[in-house]
Design a binder for this molecule. Structure first.
Ligand code: 5GP
Length: 114
């Protein structure tokens, strides 16, 4: 847990461009954006990957999606559309082991993803 970069953003040890916060969730701009809007939405507790999610975390994961909805509306991308992605472990490209929902918007996205 001590190597959890995103806990350091929650505690303000590492600065971030925060766009949304409530009791359970923090959201901030990705340092290496892949779209005009690229926000990471994280729970304020340490959960490494989706594989580590417990039954009692289900509501918290729902709150990540509800935050995505709020941010998309607030940032003006809700009507055109946006993508939310959560990578799990190496094959999916997860590099930070504190679960996070990517919210990407402001451009057209291809499917299937690379
Ligand atoms: P993953 O590849 O784990 O799904 O996504 C991790 C994301 O975290 C990447 O998009 C990466 O750019 C972002 N990231 C890594 N370190 C930092 C940081 O210190 N600050 C911010 N704002 N984003 C970070």
């Amino acid at each position: 847990m001590s190597d959890d970069l995103f806990l350091k953003i929650i505690s303000r040890e590492i600065p971030a461009d925060i766009v949304f916060e409530n009791d359970d969730v923090l959201a901030f701009r990705d340092v290496n954006p892949q779209a005009p809007l690229h926000v990471l939405i994280i729970p304020k507790i340490h959960i490494r990957t989706i594989n580590d999610m417990q039954q009692q975390d289900a509501e918290l994961f729902g709150k990540l999606f509800f935050a995505a909805r709020e941010i998309a509306l607030e940032q003006g991308i809700a009507k055109d559309g946006y993508r939310v992605v959560m990578n799990c472990n190496a094959a999916a490209g997860q590099t930070v082991f504190h679960v996070h929902l990517h919210l990407l918007g402001g451009r057209k996205f291809d499917w299937p993803p690379g």
